[in-house]
Design a protein around this ligand. Structure first.
Ligand code: SR1
Ligand code: MG
Length: 407
């Protein structure tokens, strides 16, 4: 059998290649290990391999970036995103200990990174669709966001050091995907959109023909492109979060760059709303449904209010920039984040319904009438959040709006 060379030229690996890679390149498994490998990725971009030593169950994850996205080869994305991801994971691991997987190795030729296996956790989206509750999730995720966002901002960091990070994590190709898929394409009749037939007319009515609304999306897009506020995850949906009873790990920060903090917070909220509309549409009426809907709503409320509480606390402890200590500046700064948060929650709700990349929370609703109602809710709620973003500043504002828009 010819031996593969992993040191000269990049190629995309098959499962058997990954076994060879783990044996040849990594110093992780025992000499007499019996390795098996399975590709387990279900994301839109990369290949995720789980390698196990059958002798002792020792395992790792090897994630390789391909030259094009899995969802469509229209997206040619540089495999260097894997470097960005590995470096960010290390930074976030130190800023939010226990909430980010450990990275053992990054390979700049094979464009892969080797990290802690989290197979005892499950993807949050899957768990929410199985109506599971996690008592510590909101505490964990708010700590992750406040630490990674505030501690990488100019408010806390030495400014030249922060600018070095901005430079290092310029991420043009993946940022362009978000600029197109989140801020642009859903809001005109773009050929790449994938709209459920009963929703088409509504998209046209609510968005494509409303110039006042379109202007707001333009302002938000330019803010996303130019506001280098802090090092954001950039794709913090429920598929980027692993959970088990008392543990939360945030993965997949390959879209990371210096952008507006509210982009991360808004993403998390939007995907709780998707779980809510799924539960509303698919669960049988009764106590279990009532309890689950109540838990999801409480989670949305706490996400915002606990985020605000922890942000204020960490600001008071860590702020180093002189002018940021001036009376009223903290409130001004946090208000902007909250306005961005509301807007991004709205944009994410709309783009996952109208755009190219969908979420299972919606697409697995089998009953077409229920699915159309769920989509309508997301679009109407999304538009309200975008248009009224400056007035939506706490958890109760979100829940009141949800109640007022209920069928
Ligand atoms: C071409 S990638 C489509 C979507 O998948 C990623 O997870 C991001 O959310 C992106 O918008
Ligand atoms: Mg991802």
């Amino acid at each position: 059998m010819s031996k593969l060379d992993f040191t000269k030229e990049y190629f995309t690996m098959k499962e058997s290649d990954v076994v060879e890679y783990a044996k040849d390149v990594l110093d992780f498994f025992d000499k007499d290990s019996v390795l098996t490998c399975k590709e387990i990725g279900d994301g839109n971009l990369n290949y995720v391999f789980r390698v196990v030593d059958e002798k002792n169950e020792k395992s790792i994850i090897i994630k390789q970036a391909g030259p094009v996205a899995r969802i469509s080869d229209e997206f040619k994305v540089s495999p260097d995103r894997n470097r960005i991801e590995s470096e960010i994971l290390k930074i976030q691991h130190s800023l939010a200990p226990g909430l980010v997987p450990k990275v053992y190795h990054h390979d700049a030729i094979m464009n892969c990174c080797v990290m802690e296996d989290l197979s005892d956790h499950i993807i949050l989206r899957t768990a929410l669709l199985q109506h599971k509750k996690f008592p510590l999730l909101i505490d964990h995720i708010t700590t992750y966001m406040v630490n990674t966002l505030l501690l990488t901002s100019d408010v806390v960091m030495e400014h030249k050091e922060k600018k070095e990070l901005v430079k290092n994590f310029i991420n043009p190709e993946l940022s362009e995907i978000s600029e197109d898929l989140v801020y642009t394409e859903p809001f005109f009749d773009c050929s790449r959109n994938d709209v459920f037939e009963p929703t088409e007319k509504l998209a046209e009515e609510l968005f494509w023909n409303d110039e006042k609304f379109l202007l707001e999306t333009a302002k938000l897009k330019f803010d996303f492109m130019t506001n280098a506020q802090c090092l954001i995850h950039g794709d913090l949906h429920s598929g980027s979060i692993f959970v088990k009873e008392n543990s939360t790990k945030v993965i997949d920060p390959e879209f990371a760059f210096y952008g507006p903090a509210g982009y991360d917070v808004g993403n998390v909220i939007a995907h709780f709303v998707f779980a809510l509309v799924n539960a509303e549409a698919t669960m049988n009426d009764g106590q279990e449904k009532e309890d689950y809907l109540a838990w999801l709503k409480e989670s949305i409320l706490n996400l915002i209010d606990i985020f605000k509480y922890k942000f204020n606390k960490l600001w008071n402890e860590k702020v180093s920039e002189r002018v940021a200590k001036y009376e009223g500046f903290k409130e001004y700064y946090l208000d902007r984040i909250l306005s961005d948060t509301a807007a991004v929650t709205g944009l994410e709700l709309c783009r996952r319904v109208i755009g190219l990349a969908h979420v299972k929370d919606i697409t697995t609703i089998q009953d077409a009438v229920e699915r159309a109602a769920a989509e309508r809710f997301c679009l109407v709620f999304g538009k309200e959040l975008i248009m009224n973003r400056d007035k939506i500043t706490d958890g109760k504002n979100y829940l009141d709006l949800i109640e007022s828009l209920k069928r």
